[in-house]
Each structure stands twice: as C-alpha cells, then as structure tokens.
Design a protein around this ligand. Structure first.
Ligand code: G6P
Length: 739
C-alpha cells in the first residue's frame, strides 16, 4: 500500500506542477492580451473625442457639448467621460460618472506636464477602471484642456480568475483519474501477480508441487520469472529426493532410486565401463527446414535404458538413423546426451540404405518380430535380409572394437543383435556380455519355422547372461535350445553350457522410472484436452502405442464399437483417444495396418458420432513424453490390449502418472506386465464382448475401488522400478567370472 500511495502522490505532484505552470503562463498571456485590447480601445475613443471637443472647452458648457460627451460614454465597457479646462476644472462629465468622479486625479496632472496621452488604473466606485487622458486643442492648435476616458477594467480580473478556477477543476479531475488508474494498474499487473506468485512459492515450500505456475506475462517479471522457475525446479527435485529418501528408510532400503543405482554401479563396476548396444538410439536429430530438432523415439527399450545411462554414465552404441545425426557428432561419431543436460556418450553407427533395408526392416522386423510375437502375422525370411543381418551384426562388433577392453561390460539389447554376442566372444573370449531380449520368446514349434534358428541360438549363446521379461519366456528359450542345439541345458540353474561356455537365462521384468516428475511442466486440464481434440465429451479413455499390429489396436476399436452399441447411454460422453506413433512404415504390413486403423476410426465414428462428439480420436503422430503426460493424468481409463507383448511399459507409465490414485488400467493378459499388475482389469483382446464389458466396468468403478487398485499397482511399479531392473542385471553381469 505504501508504495502505491507514494506512486500516486508522485504522479499527482508532477501532473499538478505541470498544470500550474501552464495555467500561470496562460493567465499571464491572457492578461497581457486583454489589457492591451482595453488600452487600445480607450486610445481610439479618446483620439476621436479630442478633435470634436477641443474647440468647445473655451466656449464653456453647452447642450451640444453635453450630448457629444453623453454619446461617447455609452460605448462598450466605458464607464464615462470627463472634460477639464486648462485650470483643471471640470467642464462637463457624463451622467453616470458624475457621482463617482474622484476630485483629484493624478493622471490629469501628469498629462498636463507631458502634453501627451497618458493611461493609468484606478479604483472608481470600488471597481477597477482604466483612465486615459488626452490633451485637447482649438482650431489654431492652442491647448484648451483635457479629456479623460474612464473604461471598465474589472472584467479582466474576473476572466483571469475564471481561468484559474477552470484549471483547478481540471487538475482535480486529473488527480482523481490518475489515482484510480494507478490503483487498478498496480492491483492487476503487480499486486495480483505477486500475491499469486508468493502463494505458489508458499505452497511449493510446504511441498505442494501439483500445480503448474503460470508466470505473469508482464516484461517486469521476465528476469525473476526465469529465476523462480529454476529455483522451483531445484526445490521440487530436492523435495522429491527427500521424500524418496524418507520412503527408502521406511521401506528398509527396498526401493531403488537413480542415486542408489549410481552408488551400486560404482561399487560393482569400479572403474570398468558399461557399454549398451541397441539398434534404436535414445536421441535422434531430425532436420526440418534449417532447424535441427532432437527427439526421443517411441520405444520401450529407450524409455527403460535412458534413465540407467543417465544414472551411471557410460556409452550407448546405436544406429544413427536421424537425417541430421551426422551433423552433430564429433570425429569419433560420438555426441554427449541428453542435449539439455549431457550425462552420457552416444556413439552412432552408420548403415547404408541396403543394410537398413535387409537387417532392420527385413530380417529383424519382417522375420524375427512376427516370429517371436504370436499375433498371426506370418514371418518372412529372405536370404538377402539374412545376409545383411549378419553384416550389420559384424559392423557393430567392429564399431565396438575401439571401446571394448577386458574391463568392460557389454549390455546388448534385443532381437536386432542375436549374432553379436558370439562375434564379440570369438574376438574377446574374456568379455563380459549380457543380452536382453525385449520381446517375447515363442514356444519351440513356433520358433522352429526360422531357417536360421540354429545360427541365431548359437549367436545368442555367446552371451554370459540372457534376460527375458518373464520366466515363461525363459522356459520357452531353454526348450528351444534343447530342441535345436547340441548342448547341456541345466533346468535347475537355468543355464546352457556349450563347448565349455555357460550362459545363464534369467527373467528380469523391465520397468520405468518411478521418480515423480518435478512438476514445473504445465499440465493441461481435461477440458483443455477435449477442446484441443475438438470433441465435446466428459469421460476420457486413452491408448498410447507405436502403430504396430501386435498392439491389438483394431481389437480395441472393435471393443469400443461394441461398448457403444451395448451401453448407448455413454454416447456423447465417452471418447477414446488413440495416440499412434508412426513406426516401421516402409514395411508393407505396417503401412497397411496404419491405413486399417484410420479406416476403422472413420467407420466407427461415422456410426455413432453426433454434433461435436465422436467416440474415437486417432492421433497419428509422434508425441513427446511431456505431451502424453496430461492424457495419462486425466484419463478415466487406459487400454493396453496387445495380442502379444514382452512387457509393455505404457501400462506402467500410466500408473506412474496417476499420483491421484485414480483411473483404471485395462490390460491384456498377453503382456508381460499382466504378471505383475494384477489389479488391472485383465482382458483377452480377442474377446470383444469381454473388453466392451470391462470398459463399462472401468467407467463405473467407484473412486474408492479405483484408489485401492491403483495404490497397489503403484506400489508394485515403485518397488520394481527401472533402477531395480538395472541393478539386478548389473549385479548378475558383475558376477561373471571367466577362468
Ligand atoms: C520394441 C522393441 C525395441 C524397439 C521398439 C521400437 O519395444 O523391443 O527394440 O526399439 O519396439 O521399435 P523401432 O523399430 O522403432 O525401434
């Protein structure tokens, strides 16, 4: 308040001072103008009169003389006229003046002395008057007397007073307007935002991070807004860590965190290095026009491994597939990532178009992918693709040559590199190698259709440890090896020994980072989300997938169609948003699949849509984590309906986002995640009726039951988080000993 008052007083003083100075000069110039007008008029009248009355003075009073004087005295602003003879005696006086005529007029005597016209201001009958005296002469030019014109000058003062009065009122009006405007401006632009800011900081201090703060737009706040944002971020991180630590103590060190993993890795690895190898890179540089953008691709593998590399540093070797990837690496093809806060090295391996075609699109994704996923899509095996697959595995082995030493641990990812463990083993017999297979492993019969099944198994067994998401996949693998290779399979220890090298096969259920995001990111509201997708609805369902035929997206849409048919009361209320990241689109089956999803969306919407509402919104583009987050947070239900899936991290990401312990997860029993998340509504994606019923059950589930289920699932994901997965694998890797 004090500052407001000070500001108002300062403004008023400044405005008043300026107004007074201007008024003063206006009054002065008006005064000069009016007096000069008055004096000029008096002079004009007297000049005319002196000619006509000059000769009459000597003759003494006469009627004619009186009538001339009387006529002149009726002029504008003239009080009267007096005529004197040479002795100073009054010859004649106009009637109205005669009573008020002063007996002694200084001006008269001055005029006598100078023989020229003279003017002066006098009070006549308590009124300000201007007196102008001129000498008169006879026809021969001899002096005869004096004529005095009495003009009214009082109107000048009145007029000037009026100017002052009007200016004073103007100043008063200015003062009132300035005060009101200043009060409003200060209230809206300064006091209001500061009050909101301090309330928000107060909340932050007491640990309420749920609300994203909107900084005032005014320029005034730009410098502090940046500072406050980063301060808030640090505070939120510190708070999250403290909470995590406290929780950790409560759970007797049961929960794994980034910090704890770091310590664990340091203790286990010492100064040895961890190298991760995968096909997909964690960060891709994409050129759009002149700008190079950095995106994180949609991949469960990336989601899981990025936090580990961030926690323990090291090196990630991957295919550089972004069209601007080459422009940003150093001469060793390395770049530090993540771009905003570099914490580990990414080494890019370049592939020719032919290699990518055969190794990635061909053998990996048209051969091994459908081979391992039981999703009724026939695998395609081409001799050429197999040749490229072998070449690229070799190429990666070569890229690793300058970074592998005896003291490195190599952690290979997925079905793109089934041959890599063996190639490395042959070159470095003492290398410590782990391979994690992120997709399911089928039964021996299904795997048996692959023409190069033995080479693949032999290649994989070059690793010391092979990990799958579930025990079921481990069992399938052991059986497959048993049926296809000459080796010793130990079912008790889950190991395979071939030519004196032993490989251990173990389940490591992968997960996500559970650390609550230090929420400074602006989270859109549910209403904003509906507005953004252009739908009027109130119940929100969400699905987030790469556009892949294994994800059961068409079955999901059919279930939504059935739900709308059976439970028509939800038409106009429930909308399902399907986020579908484009994936492997050069492959015919993927290309066609994207078309089918779009066509199904159109067909079902056409059937039920009305006004501004439609049941399905299919968003076919890449979404960043930050963009997906508000959908996860506001969804009433999330559907994961994979026909077959190694783990499925979308299910876990959804759970991590639900700090409010609300929302229902509908989950396929054919995902690895369904083994852990028993509180989801478990479904068979081939059973459309069951899925439709589960959508209804999810929507109608009481908040209390939602809370109970979500709480238990959150507990599972929190404990079995990505850091636990990493620590389990690292513990295993570091226990490897070669004689
Ligand atoms: C699955 C695989 C990953 C792969 C991801 C995305 O999760 O297990 O290895 O990175 O799909 O597929 P993409 O072909 O785009 O890398």
């Amino acid at each position: 308040m004090k500052i407001t008052l000070r500001l108002i007083i300062a403004l008023i003083l400044a405005v008043t001072a300026v107004a007074l100075v201007f008024s003063y000069f206006t009054v002065q110039s008006e005064k000069a103008r009016l007096t000069s007008e008055l004096e000029h008029r008096a002079w004009l009248v007297s000049e005319g009169l002196k000619e006509s009355v000059g000769p009459f003075i000597l003759k003494g009073p006469s009627k004619k003389f009186d009538s001339i004087v009387e006529k002149i005295s009726k002029g504008k602003q003239i009080i009267g006229v007096a005529v004197y003879d040479m002795t100073g005696k009054t010859v004649t006086v106009s009637k109205e003046l005669s009573a008020a005529l002063p007996s002694n007029l200084n001006i008269l005597f001055e005029e006598f002395k100078s023989d020229e016209g003279r003017g002066a201001y006098e009070k006549i009958a308590s009124k300000q008057a201007y007196l102008y005296a001129v000498p008169t002469h006879d026809d021969e030019g001899a002096r005869t007397g004096t004529v005095v014109i009495f003009s009214d000058a009082s109107y000048i003062d009145e007029y000037l007073l009026d100017i002052w009065r009007r200016n004073f009122l103007r100043i008063l009006a200015n003062v009132i307007i300035i005060s009101i405007i200043t009060l409003f401006v200060i209230r809206w632009s300064i006091v209001g935002p500061i009050a909101r800011m301090s309330e928000w900081i107060g909340n932050l201090r007491s640990g309420k991070f749920d609300e994203a703060f909107k900084m005032p737009k005014e320029d005034l706040f730009t410098p502090i807004s940046k500072e406050i944002s980063s301060l808030a971020k640090s505070l939120a991180v510190a708070h999250a860590r403290a909470e995590e630590e406290a929780m950790l103590r409560q759970h007797a060190e049961a929960v794994w965190t980034a910090e704890r993993l770091k310590g664990h890795v340091r203790a286990k690895l010492g100064d040895k290095k961890l190298i991760v190898v995968s096909n997909r890179e964690p960060f891709m540089h994409i050129r759009s026009g002149k700008i190079i953008e950095c995106i994180s691709p949609a991949s469960g593998l990336v989601t899981a491994l990025d936090p580990i590399l961030k926690a323990c540093g090291g090196l990630w070797v991957a295919h550089g597939s972004g069209n601007a990837d080459r422009d940003v690496v150093d001469r060793h093809n390395i770049i530090r990532v993540p771009p905003e806060n570099p914490q580990y090295d990414l080494k890019r391996v370049w592939l020719t178009q032919e290699e990518e075609e055969g190794y990635y699109y061909g053998f990996s994704n048209e051969g091994l992918w459908p081979l391992c996923h039981i999703a009724h899509t026939r695998p395609v095996f081409r001799m050429n693709d197999w040749a490229r697959y072998q070449e690229v595995n070799l190429k990666f082995a070569r890229a690793l040559e300058d970074v592998i030493g005896n003291e490195t641990y190599i952690f290979i990812q997925d079905y793109h590199f089934a041959l890599l463990p063996r190639i490395i083993r042959e070159r470095h017999p003492k290398a410590k190698i782990a391979l994690f297979w992120h997709i399911p492993w089928p039964n021996p019969e299904a795997f048996g259709v692959c023409p190069w099944r033995r080479e693949i198994l032999h290649g994989m067994l070059g690793a010391d440890i092979i990990g799958f998401h579930t025990q079921f996949h481990c069992n399938n693998f052991l059986e497959t090896v048993d049926r296809n290779l000459e080796c010793h399979t130990d079912w008790e220890h889950f190991s395979i020994t071939k030519k004196e090298h032993t490989t251990y096969v173990k389940p490591f259920p992968i997960s996500v980072d559970f650390t609550p995001s230090p929420i400074n990111i602006e989270i859109k509201s549910k209403e904003e989300l509906f507005k953004e997708i252009g739908v009027k609805g109130s119940i929100l369902g969400i699905g987030v997938d790469r556009l892949d035929y294994t994800k059961g997206i068409l079955e999901r849409f059919m279930a939504i169609e059935r739900f709308m048919e059976k439970y028509s009361e939800y038409r106009g209320l429930f909308t399902f948003v399907q986020i579908g990241a484009p994936s492997r689109e050069h492959i015919k089956s993927y290309h066609e699949f994207a078309g089918k999803v779009k066509a199904e969306e159109d067909r079902i919407n056409w059937k039920f849509q009305s006004g501004d509402w439609r049941p399905i919104v299919f968003l076919h583009r890449h979404f960043s984590h930050a963009e997906i987050e508000p959908y996860y947070r506001h969804a009433d239900l999330c559907m994961v309906t994979s026909l077959h899936d190694g783990m499925n991290l979308v299910a876990k990401e959804f759970i991590v986002s639900r700090e409010d312990e609300q929302g229902v997860l509908i989950l396929s029993t054919f995902t690895g995640a369904s083994r852990e998340l028993r509180d989801a509504l478990l479904i068979n994606p081939y059973d459309i009726e069951q899925m439709a019923g589960m959508i209804r059950a999810a929507i109608e589930m009481e908040p209390e039951e939602q809370r109970l289920r979500m709480k238990r699932m959150r507990e599972v994901v929190r404990e079995k988080n990505i850091y636990k997965w990493a620590s389990d694998i690292i513990t295993e890797i570091t226990q490897i000993h070669h004689e």
